[in-house]
Design a protein around this ligand. Structure first.
Ligand code: 5GP
Length: 194
C-alpha cells in the first residue's frame, strides 16, 4: 500500500534493528486519512469472506479496526490489556507477551461479543513475533466462532510472526512488509507485481 509505505519512509523512525517508531501518524498521533485508506484496503482484501466481526487489541489496533469495520459494516470488539471493573465474569482470556514493553498481559474479551457462527477478522498495527495475533486468535478459538483472517498494518517480515500465524493455518494480509531495519534504513519486501 503506497500511501502507507510513503508515510513509513517519510515519518517512521528506526529505533534499532528491530523496532520502528511510527507514533507521528499511526499509534500515538493518528493520521485519519491514512487510517481510512487502511480500512478500505483491508475491506477489499477480505470482502469475500463474509466477515461478521472485527477483533483487535487496545489501543493501537482500534483505529485501523474501526475504519475497516465501517467499510465492512460490522462491529469492532477490542481486547483489553487490563481487566475492567465492569467486566469481571464471562470472559475469554489469553496471555500475550509484549515485544515492545517486555511484559506479559492477560488480555480479555467478554463472551457476549464473540459468539458461535461469527467469522472474525483480526486486525493489529504491527506483526513482530505473532504473540498479540495468536492471543487474539486463541480468544476466538475458545468459542465456536472462526478466525477468517488476520490483517496487519506493518509486518516486520524479518521476525517470525507471519511464519507462526501461517503455520497455525491463518491467512495473513499485511499492508506494508518490512524486510529489514538495519543501518537505520527501512527496506520493504519486494512484492511481485502480477
Ligand atoms: P507481536 O505480538 O507480533 O510480537 O508484536 C505485535 C505488537 O507489538 C503490536 O501490537 C505492537 O503494538 C507492538 N510492536 C511490535 N513491534 C513493534 C515496532 O517495531 N514498533 C512499534 N511501534 N510497535 C511494535
Amino acid at each position: 500500500m503506497d500511501m502507507l509505505k510513503q508515510a513509513i519512509l517519510q515519518k517512521g523512525v528506526v529505533l534499532s534493528d528491530g523496532v520502528l517508531k511510527v507514533d507521528s501518524f499511526l499509534n500515538h498521533q493518528i493520521d485519519p486519512i491514512l487510517q481510512v485508506e487502511i480500512g478500505s484496503e483491508f475491506a477489499n482484501r477480505f470482502e469475500k469472506n463474509e466477515i461478521t466481526k472485527i477483533l483487535t487489541i487496545e489501543s493501537s489496533g482500534i483505529a485501523p479496526a474501526l475504519t475497516t469495520a465501517i467499510k465492512l459494516n460490522v462491529p469492532v470488539v477490542f481486547a483489553r490489556k487490563k481487566k475492567s471493573l465492569t467486566l469481571s465474569s464471562n470472559l475469554l482470556t489469553a496471555k500475550v507477551y509484549s515485544f515492545t514493553k517486555n511484559e506479559t498481559n492477560e488480555i480479555t474479551v467478554s463472551r457476549d461479543f464473540i459468539v458461535e457462527g461469527d467469522k472474525v477478522l483480526i486486525i493489529d498495527d504491527f506483526l513482530a513475533n505473532g504473540e498479540a495475533a495468536l492471543g487474539l486468535a486463541s480468544l476466538v478459538e475458545q468459542t465456536k466462532a472462526t478466525v477468517s483472517g488476520i490483517g496487519i498494518v506493518i509486518e516486520k517480515s524479518f521476525q517470525p510472526g507471519r511464519k507462526k500465524l501461517e503455520g497455525a493455518g491463518y491467512r495473513v494480509e499485511s499492508l506494508a512488509r518490512i524486510a529489514s531495519l538495519e543501518n537505520n534504513t527501512v527496506r520493504f519486501v519486494e512484492e511481485l507485481i502480477v
